[in-house]
Design a protein around this ligand. Structure first.
Ligand code: IMP
Ligand code: MG
Length: 178
C-alpha cells in the first residue's frame, strides 16, 4: 500500500476549506448532508472546523459492486430531515464516475433547499461519466484505487488516518487475511 495523502495534508486542506465555507455562509446556518459510509471521517473533521451553526444529515449510497468495480447504485434517503429553504452542502469522499454525486444532487435539489453546493475530498481524473461537477474538491488524484480516511476496499481500510493507493499485491494479501 503506497501512501498518497498524509494525515497532516488532509487536515491542512480541510482547515482551509472550512475557512472558505465559514466565510461563504456567514450569517446563515448550514445543513451538511454527508454521503455515507465513505465521507464519515471527512464530515467529522470538517464540521469541527466550521465557525457556523451547523446541522448534519446523512444519506446512504451503496454501489453493490464487489471490489473496485461500481455496479448498481442505491441511494437511501430514509433519514433526511426537511431541507426546504435550507443552505445545504452535500459532501462525499470521492468523485469517480460522478454517478453517486450527480444522482444525489438531483434528489436533494427536488427538496427545494435555499442553496445547494457540493464538495468531495478527492476528485479522480479520467473517470467522469456525467456532466455534473462538484463545486469544490480538496485534492485531484490520478485514476488509481485509493483506500483510507473513510474510503474502503470491500469494507476494509476506512479507519486509516491517511489515503493510500491499493496495489495488486495488496488485494491478494487482503484476500488471504480473510
Ligand atoms: P462514483 O459514483 O463513480 O463517482 O463513485 C463514487 C463512490 O465510489 C464513492 O463514494 C466511493 O464509495 C466509491 N469509489 C470510487 N473510487 C474509489 C476509490 O478509489 N476507492 C474507494 N472507493 C471508491
Ligand atoms: Mg462512498
Amino acid at each position: 500500500m503506497r501512501p498518497l495523502l498524509e494525515s497532516d495534508q488532509l487536515q491542512k486542506a480541510i482547515a482551509q476549506f472550512a475557512q472558505t465555507i465559514t466565510e461563504k455562509y456567514e450569517g446563515h446556518s448550514l445543513m451538511i448532508v454527508a454521503i455515507l459510509d465513505g465521507s464519515l471521517l471527512f464530515m467529522a473533521d470538517l464540521i469541527r472546523q466550521l465557525k457556523l451553526p451547523v446541522q448534519i444529515a446523512t444519506i446512504h449510497a451503496k454501489s453493490y459492486g464487489q471490489g473496485t468495480i461500481r455496479e448498481d447504485l442505491q441511494i437511501g434517503f430514509a433519514h433526511l430531515p426537511e431541507l426546504k429553504g435550507k443552505e445545504v452542502l452535500l459532501l462525499d469522499d470521492i468523485y469517480d464516475t460522478g454517478h453517486t454525486l450527480s444522482a444525489t444532487h438531483s434528489l436533494i435539489k427536488a427538496k427545494e433547499p435555499a442553496s445547494l453546493a457540493s464538495v468531495v475530498l478527492l476528485r479522480k481524473h479520467g473517470r467522469q461519466e456525467v456532466e455534473y461537477e462538484p463545486d469544490y474538491h480538496l485534492f485531484d488524484i490520478n485514476d488509481e484505487f485509493v483506500v483510507g480516511y473513510g474510503l474502503d476496499y470491500r469494507g476494509d481500510f476506512r479507519n486509516l488516518p491517511y489515503v493510500a493507493i491499493m496495489e495488486p499485491g495488496d488485494v491478494l494479501r487482503q484476500a488471504q487475511l480473510r
